[in-house]
Design a protein around this ligand. Structure first.
Ligand code: PMV
Length: 325
């Protein structure tokens, strides 16, 4: 039975080991295996309603702005194929953090949209299937369906949970929002340019094979130092493929670099602050709860203009409201 409207929430999936590149652009499957944590407190909230029966269009608004239909067409076509329905959808989504600026709003947004659309069509699917649907919109969204620490293998259609959030309650990510403006180059275009033009792309794929298993072991042992070391190798090698593109892609701002240096200084003082970055200028710092206060104070002293969000391992996507006919 389809619903009049369904509201779902999901949180961003922050990759500790990065996926960068597609194994198959059409299926939107990742070229590299990634390990991530779902971030508590940051949230996309999406309400989906079926459009009138004669309507042939899906409409998506994010934070009040209508989105280009082509960004969502493949996603919705796949939803209709899976749920065996010709229903079209009207979706309104809001984020309580900056959109399209490298804080994985596409991961949380597509995860919430997936859960709400399936339920709206009256279909109850297991999380694995929802993960595969979300992946078509954004590969990192496949991970956002699940809570805690997650894994998306190279060429996989769906993500899996490695450890639930309770596994490491002291683990924190400090998200430092340097600018709220959207990114210049989409991650999709940047990945494609890396594949086509970076002389280091093949080495990136080869090297990335080792990182996920190493990260899984570090998380299992709750070893922040080991995990932090792997995180830094992963994001800096990912960016090396972008710096070496033709033309080069540089998401970093001077403030990003000053925070990378601050983390190095903090580690020199015995404070475990391990940074990572994605397709945008924001810096995310992995640490333990006990070090969070001092890390925040030092960032405030250095860059008082930055906004910060402190996130623990969070829960997966869920439905919060259903309005039945
Ligand atoms: O899910 P996409 O297509 O927006 O790409 C996300 C890519 C990174 O955030 C840079 C890495 C990752 O694994 O999330």
């Amino acid at each position: 039975m389809s619903a009049r409207s369904v509201t779902a929430v999901a949180s961003p999936s922050l990759a500790l080991v990065k996926y960068w590149g597609k194994s198959d652009a059409k299926r939107n499957t990742p070229a590299t295996s990634s390990v991530a944590v779902t971030l508590s407190g940051l949230e996309s909230r999406t309400t989906v309603t079926p459009t009138p029966p004669d309507s042939e269009e899906d409409v998506v608004y994010i934070d009040g702005a209508q989105q280009p239909a082509e960004r969502f067409s493949r996603f919705f076509e796949n939803v209709r194929r899976v749920i065996e329905s010709d229903l079209h959808f009207d979706a309104k989504s809001t984020n309580n953090f900056p959109t399209a600026a490298g804080i994985a709003s596409s991961a949380s947004g597509f995860a919430a949209l997936t859960v709400a659309s399936a339920r709206c069509a009256g279909v109850d699917l297991p999380p694995e299937n929802l993960s595969a649907i979300a992946r078509v919109g954004s590969a990192s969204a496949a991970r956002s369906i699940f809570g805690g620490f997650t894994h998306l293998a190279a060429d996989a259609e769906q993500a899996t949970t490695l450890f639930p959030c309770e596994h490491w309650p002291a683990f924190r990510i400090v998200v430092v929002a340097i600018t709220t403006s959207g990114k210049g180059v989409s991650s999709r275009d940047a990945m494609e340019r890396s594949r086509r033009t970076s002389p280091y792309y093949q080495s990136w794929l080869e090297d990335a094979k080792l990182r996920s298993e190493e990260a899984r072991t570090a998380i299992e042992k709750r070893d922040i130092e080991r995990l932090g070391t792997i995180m830094r190798l992963s994001y800096l090698r990912m960016f090396s493929t972008m710096f070496s593109c033709d033309p080069p892609i540089i998401y970093w701002h001077p403030t990003s670099l000053s925070l990378i240096h601050l983390c190095e200084t903090l580690r020199g003082e015995g404070i475990g602050a391990w940074e990572t970055m994605d397709a945008g200028p924001q810096v995310k710092i992995a640490c333990l709860e006990s070090d969070t206060e001092v890390i925040i104070r030092r960032i405030e002293e250095l860059r008082p203009e930055c906004r910060m969000y402190v996130c623990a391992p969070g829960t997966g996507a869920s439905i919060i409201e259903t309005d039945e006919w």
